[in-house]
Design a protein around this ligand. Structure first.
Ligand code: JB2
Length: 217
């Protein structure tokens, strides 16, 4: 039986999730945000109050959706809310957009979010509370750790291993078999062709220009 959902957060990531949940026809009671947001609704979904509203429901009555996104150097709010409410027995729903192409052999742990247009291939495994964002490609046999954000348009070739708490920025490409250590940040647009140790930042190559010597033509 599908339980009614409550969405945590009222910002950009929450908005995108509301439309995923609408495509899935999941009943959504409302969203929670302790700070004032524009209006009392978000895409027509009512604001119910702050996070304390969760405790008006028993853990077996509802499921939560983590509408807090993640960017490098944020305060870790997505993770702390996930841990705090999980410890109280609440379950975070795994949300798979119906427009994503997902292998039947792929595996997802609690609270994973797969957004529109994603492709996930055979035997990929994605751990707790990770986001596979819009249009990303996760090839066969990839292993993605907990609390990871794979940003829009990222390509992970076959057998890539991504440690816990990694952020892979928009449009980055990781070739097959690469291992990315826990806590590392891969800059948007990077092309990763060597393993990355834990807690590293990979900066993308920067384009530079040079005038063409027209006299040589
Ligand atoms: O303790 C809290 C809390 N603190 C801030 N509890 C709840 N339930 N909500 C909280 N918030 C709210 O989270 C803020 O008031 C704000 O409405 C929301 C964060 O929204 P924002 O648009 O700033 O970020 P986001 O987390 O939705 O999205 C980030 O991550 C996504 C993956 C952005 O960088 C997006 O661009 C990105 N796509």
């Amino acid at each position: 039986m599908i339980k009614p959902l409550i969405l945590l957060g009222g910002g950009g990531h929450a908005k995108v999730l509301i439309e995923v949940l609408q495509r899935l026809h999941h009943p959504l009671l409302g969203f929670l945000d302790p700070y004032p947001v524009m209006g009392s609704t978000l895409l027509g979904v009512p604001k119910l109050g702050g996070d304390e509203v969760v405790n008006n429901y028993q853990p077996n009555e509802i499921e939560l959706v983590n509408g807090i996104g993640s960017v490098p150097n944020d305060r870790g709010l997505r993770i702390s809310l996930f841990k705090a409410f999980s410890a109280q027995g609440y379950v975070f729903k795994t949300v798979l957009d119906p427009t994503a192409l997902i292998s039947p052999s792929a595996q997802f742990m609690t609270g994973v979010q797969v957004m529109a247009g994603v492709i996930i291939q055979a035997d990929a495994k994605i751990a707790t509370n990770s986001i596979i964002n819009t249009g990303a490609i996760v090839e066969h046999d990839c292993r993605i750790g907990e609390h990871v954000h794979i940003a829009p348009g990222v390509v992970l070739s076959g057998g890539v291993e991504v440690g816990d708490h990694v952020h892979i920025g928009t449009g980055a490409i990781v070739i097959q078999g690469i291992k990315i250590g826990a806590g590392s940040v891969i800059g948007a647009g990077s092309v990763v062709m060597r393993d990355v140790a834990s807690n590293q930042i990979v900066y993308p190559a920067r384009s530079h220009t040079q005038a063409i010597n027209t006299h040589e033509k």
